[in-house]
Write a protein that binds this ligand. Sequence first.
Ligand code: GAL
Length: 398
Amino acid sequence: MKKTLALILAACMSLSLVACGGGGDKSNTPPAGGSNAGTSQAGSQQPSSGGETKTVGIAMPTQSLERWNRDGAYLDEQFKAAGYNTIVTYSDNKNEQQVNDIQNMLSQGVDLLVIAAIDGNGLNTVMNDAGAAGIPVIAYDRLIMNDNSTYYVSFDNYTVGKLQGEYVRDALDLDNAAGPFNMEFTAGDPADNNAPFFFNGAMDVIKPYIDSGKVVVPSGQTAFDAVATDQWQTDVALDRAQNVLASFYADGTKLDAWLCSNDSTSMGVTQAVTQDYAGDNAVVITGQDGDVANLRNIKDGKQSMTVYKAVANEAVVTLDLAKAILEGKTADASLISASGWGFDCAYDTESYETTPGHKCPSFLLVPDVVTADNMEEKLVTPGYYKVGADGYLEATNG
Ligand code: GAL
């Protein structure tokens, strides 16, 4: 109960007034994530005002990556607390399964879909079905490359990569130190529209130093396709990192930094560096998501940073946007000014295209850098995590 209370307070501090203010529904509490498995169908006890209860389908990619458990739990809890029925699915990172799951939601008569796509190009059939049935779709976190994506809610993905690149730049003091420095890259899943945004954001910071010779990439692998990681899998990142270390560093070549697009890939790279890198210098390694195991590595000095995205806030934006859509209200920049959200969010109608020339209106939140030094201030103080008995951070509902 204490945990829940801390979270209510944290949520009210950092989340939308729409979610927390005035209404007096004390059950409106986002969970800290890591929730139940599989498909949950929730019957709401709170009919929405003035009519029948609406149902929202929430399709998440997988439970094998920590963050999606948090997203699924936050979304489910917040939609239920706002009086909606929910159907939540996780599709084991299998596109076909996600197609089936969404098809089932449509046949169960959902009024709106929130989808974090496994493959942004793999949902055309169900997206066209949703469009034909007039069901609005919020592409959640990852853009769906289909014009029936009504809105996109995410973080500024390019900035995520930029923050990683800037971290490496500053950690190695690339502007002042003599160098050259040796560095490698690991990017995300080519099926995920976000992955190139992350990579390009980082590469745009580092490339001038590669061009000037200050940074050297001994593997020569600097193209997204060469460094991508199928389904963001730790094992895939680990294998490639081991190969790169064996082929280009076994002769004693120093490794200064390894830019990884997220925490699951960072986990594989960190393992390879810990086991297979012969040098004794600290290697700068980046990440994204603030996964608990990576926060341990950061505290232990094995990973340098993670870009944290407050998915509780992403869920708040999604809920308020869904409400506006379902109530037939305007959903544009005015949603932000009217929201009273205690966090920054930009309305962007230019950056994301579902098909050439077709822009998807987007609500983009702001990511943040977390290191060993600011971990408690950024993650514990707002209530996202707590400090466990062993001194490491753990989920608040731990
Ligand atoms: C991205 C997401 C990241 C990370 C990654 C792996 O789409 O934006 O936060 O979780 O997928 O699942």
